[in-house]
Design a protein around this ligand. Sequence first.
Ligand SMILES: Cc1ncc(COP(=O)(O)O)c(C=O)c1O
Length: 443
Amino acid sequence: MSHATTPVGTERKIVTELPGPKSQAMHERRKATVSHGLTQGFPVYIERAEGSILVDIDDNRLLDLGSGIAVTTVGHAVPAITDAVSRQVADFTHTCFMVTPYEEYIEVCEELAAITPGDHHKTSALFNSGAEAVENAVKIARLATGRDAIVVVDHAYHGRTNLTMALTAKNMPYKDRFGPFAPEVYRVPTSYPFRDGLSGPEAAQRAISAIESSVGAHNVAAILIEPIQGEGGFIVPADGFLPALSAWTKANGALFIADEIQSGFCRTGEWFAVDHEGVIPDIVTTAKGLAGGMPLAGVTGRAEIMNAVHEGGLGGTYGGNPVAAAASLATIKALRVGQMHLRAREIEQLMVPFLREVQASAPIVGDVRGRGAMIVIEFVVPGGKEPNAAATKAIIEYCTKRGVVVISCGTYGNCVRLLPALSISDEQLRDGLGVLAEAIRSI
Ligand SMILES: Cc1ncc(COP(=O)(O)O)c(C=O)c1O
């Protein structure tokens, strides 16, 4: 907790080695009392943040290119959001929507109906986390279709609860020895242009053949897919892959569930990543960017599907908490009024050519891809496509030690993902990219 009054400013400024002495001491306290099962990350402890700058307890100013994994899309401590939260805290913090409801919950559902793809009648239910939203989307899809099978793809990430572990592809660290896992989950190949070289329709046909032969079309309740695969490595499927899968679900009485938890809320240059391909999902799951840092998640879908659930079948004590809902309404307004999807496109225009230029002289850069402010660099062993996790680790360490916060991802641990706030300035972005380029060249 901080009561510091010095301005945060807009520049990265490192005044101790990182992690600094206070952070190192804090880390010792942590080790004694916080489960070692949580990712340790870079042990720099934060006490304040503003815009794209994080201030640690040693008074270092770090540039945040991760946004807490695509959450603070509008930026840290944005007055419109913090004011909305403060007002709501002063009004009331909790009643439980299932016991004595309130307007903020309804307003978030109205916004979700307006901004998710398609102009059909939609209803929503709100939850606390992305995994909880995905679990509920699966519950709803099974009930609405009367079928059991859920189809997911290679490299998928949908969460860490028991059902979502089954839906998630990668064993370490998410699933190892945590089973047994939930049944009736079937995994098929995805579209990964850098690694499979297939066109969208070819990759879709490969997935569909696998579904038809190993699951049976009539058993499929839903295909659940991230339109840009997040933890798996910001894998942008080849054009036509998502529309073909969506068309297949329609033709076979199954549902298409888009998991937009990481890719939603203007991050990719549209409200949602499926918007780039004109796909209209039956159900959309949201979280992360939905509420500017407050825990909130949503399941939004065709009214006839969502409303098929019996009364009391959906819910939870905190889902759609009024403070999180107030944050969400302010966040969505800021995104809309600021037309921040356009800023995401500008960020892509700045980042991608810069990184492609770095790639031209750095054989460890296998691929630069992504959309909007959701860009990744995939590192390989020079001369081929063998994943280079060691280089990735070294690059992340180089950046974080200089106060540029970037996060890894990828099934093979060989990607550096860039998820800046959409309010980041060009100067800040150039500063962060400069350090990243140095890091790549240092390998
Ligand atoms: C696409 C996707 N789905 C689901 C989740 C799980 O969300 P949470 O961590 O809020 O449970 C994540 C989190 O990274 C995600 O990226």
